[in-house]
Ligand binder design. Structure first.
Ligand code: HEM
Length: 453
């Protein structure tokens, strides 16, 4: 059982300016240690009040039982608007419900089966790329997994691999966009006054505009192919041809651009983060890698099929354990719309409610050895019980991640394929430092020694 890196938590109190400095550096280490054991914690300043809730009854209330009373705040939308427009990730109410009615059927179980060949092809391409990179020395696995996850998205959404000219350009433009991105979490967690400089640097607007223009070109081309009856049967076609069961209208091209932007962002950043941390975690454990390789060999055989993927039990438990320790979306923020009472404390309308998969996944009241990497816990009663109270890497309730099933097919499959072909080892002294960027990443990347098995 190993203890993988965890950012040191803040000790003691901090003034508001000190807190802002700490948040700018990294939200995970800016927060106090007590959040790993608290049921609920309040943050009050002259400007705002935020409330982090770790108790299952409370996060269920917010996410599952009364989600309409706790919408996403407009500040989050303002921050993401240049790239995402009015995509399903940022809308609320009737607009959001309509979007989910159109999108959800594309991600149902039956449709997932259709995405399997594309995921398999992307996994094979990822193995080949990783093997080539290994020949040149230590491998930056975050970069490799970003490439692989972007490939999965393009193949499943638009039936083109990442080598396609426009797909490759979106990927490049997206990396440039991220480099300009201010720390989104800061504004989400700390509703600072409006004058506080945070969003929409000129470069952020420019790179977002570039990505959207590329996505618009792909979407318009697809609309023409659908009209001409020559479109492939992939996720983009499915979503663009599904009418809203209530008003009978499908997305128009502009609405679809917003949705493609979020599928690309939410779909590749998150899976890439989870897979990179998974590789780091298994790199410290040769015996586990042998078992993963053996499982992949016997389960997937020479021509893997969709049904085989559900039998990758160890790969799934390992991937879940990585999601527990390094949830790609470390925190989610909602806002109260009316007076509420949480654990006998009165909350005014406009209070920020923070739900933290990061703290829940390492909560000392829920998990045995919470900071230890232990895939075996997923086969125990205690592990499953803790998961019901504190494992929500994909959120929960009606706003649960649309791509949860997709990601739980992609992650274990990619892991199994990589472990079958390659061996991963840590590089002495190169311990990654987790930080919350758009997702949980390593401050200086994750480098591993990779060799053929
Ligand atoms: C390991 C991979 C992934 C993780 C951990 C993850 C996590 C999450 C979380 C926590 C949310 C809720 C955020 C919030 O409410 O503030 C979310 C929403 C979302 N995710 Fe994922 N995600 C993953 C992969 C994907 C994939 C592959 C796709 C699509 C192809 C996707 C599409 C979305 C969309 C569209 C939403 C917005 C849903 C809504 O607000 O109604 N995600 N995801």
């Amino acid at each position: 059982m190993s203890l993988p890196p965890k950012p040191p938590a803040r000790e003691g109190r901090a003034s508001l300016p000190a807190l802002i400095r700490l948040f700018r550096r990294d939200i995970l280490s800016a927060l106090p240690e007590r959040l790993y054991r608290a049921k609920m914690a309040d943050f009050r300043t002259p400007f705002f009040r935020s409330c982090l809730i770790n108790e299952a009854a409370l996060w269920r209330l917010v996410l599952n039982e009364r989600p309409e009373d706790f919408p996403k705040s407009n500040r989050i939308r303002a921050g993401l608007e240049p790239l995402l427009g009015r995509s399903v990730f940022v809308t609320n109410g009737a607009e959001w419900r309509r979007q989910r009615r159109i999108i959800d059927p594309a991600f149902e179980g039956g449709r997932l089966r259709d995405t399997f060949p594309a995921m398999l092809a992307a996994s094979q391409a990822a193995c080949a790329r990783m093997a080539r990179a290994a020949g040149r020395g230590p491998v930056e696995v975050e970069e490799q997994m970003s490439h692989a996850a972007a490939d999965v998205i393009f193949r499943t959404l638009f039936s083109v691999p990442i080598e396609d000219e426009t797909a490759a350009e979106v990927f490049r433009a997206f990396r440039a966009h991220q480099a300009t991105q201010p720390i989104l979490n800061l504004a989400a967690f700390l509703p600072l006054p409006r004058w506080f400089p945070r969003f929409h640097r000129r470069e952020t607007l420019r790179t977002a505009g570039h990505i959207r223009a590329l996505i618009a070109a792909m979407t318009e081309a697809r609309a023409r192919d659908i009209a001409a009856g020559r479109a492939p049967d992939d996720l983009a076609t499915k979503i663009m041809t599904t009418p809203d069961p209530e008003d009978g209208k499908p997305f128009d091209t502009a609405e679809m651009v917003d949705q493609v932007a979020i599928f690309f962002l939410a779909g590749h950043e998150t899976s890439a983060s989870a897979l990179a941390w998974t590789l780091y975690l298994i790199a410290g454990d040769d015996a586990l890698q042998d078992r993963l390789a053996a499982e992949a060999e016997t389960t997937l055989g020479d021509s893997p099929a969709f049904a085989d993927a559900s039998r990758l039990i160890l790969a799934r438990d390992t991937f879940r354990e990585a999601l527990r320790l390094y949830p790609p979306v470390p925190m989610m923020v909602r806002e109260t719309t009316k007076p509420e009472t949480f654990r006998n404390r009165a909350l005014k309308p406009g209070t920020q409610i923070v739900i933290s998969p990061w703290h829940l996944g390492r909560h000392t009241r829920l998990w045995e050895n919470p900071d230890a990497f232990c895939p075996g816990r997923w086969q125990t009663g205690e592990g499953r019980k803790a998961a019901r109270e504190g494992f929500i890497p994909f959120s929960s309730g009606p706003r649960v991640c649309t791509g949860a099933g997709f990601a739980m097919l992609e992650g274990p499959l990619m892991l199994a394929m990589l472990a079958r072909r390659l061996r991963f080892a840590p590089i002495p002294g190169a311990v990654p430092e987790p930080v919350a960027r758009l997702t949980v990443r390593a401050r200086h990347g994750i480098r591993l020694a990779v060799s053929a098995r």
